[in-house]
Design a protein around this ligand. Structure first.
Ligand code: AN7
Length: 351
C-alpha cells in the first residue's frame, strides 16, 4: 500500500472529516529500528522510533499535519508558534504547503542552525526574542487569544491528535504495546500524545497492553522532576530547554497512570548517549533525542529493569542529528588533511 500521510492512514481515529483539507508531506510511518547495542546494556529488547525520518526531520510533523489542516478547515490565514526550533521548522513547512502565513517566535541564540534555516527557507516570519522559550510561548498564547491567529504549539489539541499516531504505529508494528516507552520531555506534548495513543488503541481493541511511560528531562531544565518552574533553564539539548512545560499536568498523569517515571539526565549523559547511538547503531539524532536513550542507560545501571529480561522497550528518538551539526562537530576532531597522494593515504589507513 502506498503511504500518503498519517491523516489518510489513521483517519478513523482522528478528528477529521471529508471536508478537512488535508495538508500533508506524507509524514509518519517511521521505522522502528532494533538497537542491539542497547540490548546488551539493558537486557531488554530495545527499539528506536526513528522520528528524525519525518519530512522536516522531527516528530513535530505528525502534529503539524493535523494543526495546519484544521486551521485551514477553520479558515485561518495566519498560524503562530513559539519554538525551540523543531516546531518552527515544521510549522513553516506545513504552512507554505497549506498556503497560510506562519509567524514563529524563537529564543534568540538558542536554536540549532538547521532548524533556523528550515524556518527561514520556508518563508516563515521568524522573530527572535530576547528571552527563553517560556517567554516566547507566553507571548504567543496572549497574541493568539486576542487576534485572528491560530496557535500551533502543542497546546493546540490537534497537535496531540496527530502525534498520538506514533503510538499506533508502534502497536501495529510490534503486534501490541511494548512493556516500556522512553521519551524526552520538553514542553511535554509528546509524552501526553503517546499515552493518549496507547490508551485509545487499547480501548479500541487494537492492542492488549499499556507500556510504562519513562520520560526524561535535561538536568538543567527539569521542572517536572523538581516539581517547580525553572526560571532559567539551561541544557546543551536546546530543543528541551524549557522551564514551564505547557502539558505539565498531562505528563504527570501519563507517568502516574502508566506507573512509569519522569527522571532527569545530565548534559554529559545526553552527549554520551548521543555519541553511543551514532557510533553503534548508525542512527544520528539531535542531542535532545538522546535524552530518552540516556535515561534508559541510567535506569539500567541503577537496576530498574532487573527481572524484566527481554521485555520490549521503545525509545523515541525525536529529531535528526543533521539539525544540529555544530554540536556534533564540537565533539569531534577536524578531518586529517593530506596531499592528494596514494602513498600518503595508504600510510594513514595502515595498508
Ligand atoms: C527533538 O520545537 O518544544 O515534550 O518548540 O524538538 O513534546 O515538547 C521541541 C521539543 C524532544 C520535546 N525532542 O518534546 C519546539 C519544542 C526534540 C524536540 C522535544 C522537542 P515535547
Amino acid at each position: 500500500m502506498r503511504w500518503t500521510g498519517l491523516i489518510n492512514h489513521y483517519r478513523e481515529y482522528l478528528p477529521v472529516s471529508d471536508k478537512t483539507p488535508v495538508v500533508t508531506l506524507y509524514e509518519g510511518n517511521t521505522p522502528l529500528v532494533p538497537a542491539e547495542s542497547l540490548n546488551k546494556i539493558t537486557g531488554l529488547q530495545v527499539f528506536l522510533k526513528y522520528e528524525g525520518l519525518n519530512p522536516t526531520g522531527s516528530f513535530k510533523d505528525r502534529g503539524m499535519t493535523m494543526a495546519i489542516s484544521k486551521a485551514k478547515e477553520k479558515g485561518a490565514s495566519i498560524v503562530m508558534c513559539a519554538s525551540t526550533g523543531n516546531t518552527s521548522a515544521s510549522a513553516a513547512a506545513y504552512a507554505v504547503r497549506g498556503g497560510v502565513k506562519c509567524v514563529v517566535l524563537i529564543p534568540n541564540g538558542n536554536i540549532a542552525l538547521g532548524k533556523l534555516a528550515q524556518a527561514m527557507i520556508h518563508q516563515a516570519q521568524v522573530i527572535a526574542i530576547d528571552g527563553n522559550f517560556d517567554d516566547a510561548l507566553n507571548l504567543v498564547k496572549d497574541i493568539t487569544a486576542n487576534y485572528p491567529v491560530e496557535l500551533v504549539n502543542s497546546l493546540n489539541p490537534f497537535r496531540i491528535e496527530g502525534q498520538k499516531t506514533a503510538a499506533f504505529e508502534i502497536c501495529d508494528f510490534l503486534g501490541d504495546a511494548p512493556e516500556f516507552h522512553a521519551i524526552p520531555v520538553g514542553n511535554a506534548g509528546n509524552i501526553t500524545a503517546y499515552w493518549k495513543g496507547y490508551k485509545e488503541y487499547k480501548n479500541l481493541g487494537k492492542s492488549q497492553t499499556l507500556p510504562r511511560m519513562l520520560g526524561f528531562q535535561a538536568a538543567g531544565a527539569a521542572p517536572i522532576v523538581h516539581n517547580k518552574i525553572i526560571e532559567k533553564p539551561e541544557t546543551i539539548a536546546t530543543a528541551i530547554r524549557i522551564g514551564n512545560p505547557a502539558s505539565w499536568k498531562s505528563a504527570v498523569q501519563a507517568r502516574d497512570e502508566s506507573q512509569g517515571l519522569i527522571d532527569l539526565v545530565t548534559d554529559d549523559e545526553i552527549l554520551q548517549a548521543y555519541r553511543f547511538l551514532a557510533e553503534t547503531t548508525g542512527i544520528f539524532v539531535e542531542p535532545a533525542s538522546a535524552a530518552s536513550v540516556a535515561g534508559v542507560i541510567k535506569l539500567a545501571k541503577a537496576g530498574y529493569f532487573k527481572g524484566q529480561m527481554s521485555h520490549r522497550i521503545v525509545c523515541t528518538v525525536t529529531g535528526h542529528g543533521l539539525k544540529d551539526p555544530k554540536t556534533a562537530m564540537k565533539e569531534l576532531p577536524e578531518p586529517v588533511v593530506v596531499k592528494s597522494d596514494r602513498k600518503a593515504i595508504l600510510s594513514l589507513i595502515g595498508l
